[in-house]
Ligand binder design. Structure first.
Ligand code: AMP
Ligand code: MG
Length: 356
């Protein structure tokens, strides 16, 4: 049963506006409009839109959205009865049988944990729930509660058993949270499905987690605006110009947040070392990569790591990274520089050599 809260319902409204705004960020699509088939639904806590530009069929669209619902039923930590919710409920009690794909994604999340020295941590679900950011109970928890929630994390306490096909969380009370990577995984899955249905060109937009499929009908490159974090939704500061198959994912402090009574601002990306939302001067990180799973996971990971370590990791993994900070400065690695065009000159591009 789906327990969407009032706050989630309110967010759904906001999210719909957000999804519409994402389409404003898709640049140069007017010429493709005639044959386009669009569908948007609220899945995975956000508005998911598929726009097929070439090779459209209702069967392809139906298959894509059926797959999205399947992924949600397995991976959401915020809906009771999902497989992840069952794994969480049985933490410290017993392993829970699950699909190979869920085990794959949890192992992938654990790889990003290793690559980021724990900056990305899928085992911080208890901490995420404690803060409740984006939900009815969002609040600044007491220090002691944060400390207790931090005792419930740890990659070593996630036991993935491929032989017996299950996952076990070793500590009672600990919770898996795949919220920082599941949308990316879903985008990759949808791209595969659309390919199987012979879709030749499409845009998958899962709440701003973008993946381009195939070649644009007018043979031009795909263009996606990067959100100006200081402006209204849909206002871009520049754009990434990419071939088909690429994904662009942004993690930003403007996605989910609240302002406490004393005026302090809290957002939804946590530093697993402190238990508080990350405060490192960044407002957003965008990752460009063929794998949307990687792009999603790494956007969150690099946000926590900060720009110096983040740029080093992006280079090591061969993905593009764009960091935007509170002073409207942009830091990019060479990969990102090769495909990103800054348009809003109130932002300044800083040579990443100066970062290190
Ligand atoms: P994203 O929007 O992809 O950056 O994901 C943010 C979501 O991931 C949050 O709403 C939490 O559910 C979860 N999360 C927050 N901080 C982290 C972290 N350091 N590592 C992994 N997941 C996180
Ligand atoms: Mg992410």
């Amino acid at each position: 049963m789906n327990h969407k809260t009032r706050k989630q319902a309110k967010n759904a409204g906001k999210t719909f506006f957000r999804a519409a705004a994402t389409f404003l960020l898709l640049v140069g699509l007017a010429s493709c409009k005639a044959q386009a088939l669009d569908r948007s639904e609220l899945v995975l806590g956000t508005i998911c839109t598929v726009r097929i530009l070439d090779g459209a069929s209702n069967n392809a669209m139906n298959a894509a959205f059926a797959r999205l619902s399947e992924i949600e039923a397995e991976m959401s930590a915020n809906i009771s009865g999902t497989v992840v919710a069952e794994i969480n409920k049985n933490a410290g009690i017993k392993p829970v049988p699950c699909s190979a794909e869920l085990r794959y994604l949890v192992k992938k999340a654990m790889e990003i944990y290793d690559a980021s020295d724990g900056a990305f941590d899928p085992s911080i679900g208890a901490l995420v729930k404690l803060w409740g950011i984006g939900f009815d109970n969002e609040h600044v928890p007491e220090d002691k509660d944060i400390k207790n929630a931090l005792l419930l994390k740890g990659k070593e306490n996630i036991i993935v058993d491929d032989k017996n096909g299950n996952i076990f969380l070793a500590k009672k009370g600990m919770e898996l949270d795949l919220g920082a990577i599941a949308k990316g995984y879903a985008a990759d899955q949808l791209a595969d499905i659309l390919g199987k249905y012979r879709v030749k060109a499409a845009i998958i937009d899962l709440g701003g987690n973008i993946k381009f499929v195939g070649k644009k009908p007018d043979k031009q490159s795909w263009k996606i605006g990067i959100q100006n974090p200081y402006d209204s939704r849909g206002a871009r500061l520049g754009m990434a110009i990419l071939e088909g198959g690429f994904s662009v994912v942004t993690s930003g402090i403007y996605e989910r947040n609240f302002t406490a009574e004393d005026g302090s601002f809290y957002h939804h990306i946590f530093d697993p070392a402190t238990g508080y939302p990350v405060r490192n001067g960044l407002v957003s990180v965008s990752i460009i990569s063929k794998s949307s799973t990687d792009a999603d996971g790494l956007a969150t990971a690099l946000f926590v790591l900060g720009k110096e370590k983040g740029i080093a990791l992006a280079d090591k993994l061969g993905v593009g990274a764009i960091f935007i900070d509170e002073d409207k400065k942009l830091f990019m690695n060479d990969f990102a520089k090769s495909c990103f065009l800054l348009e809003d000159r109130s932002f300044t591009e800083v040579n990443s050599q100066l970062v290190n």
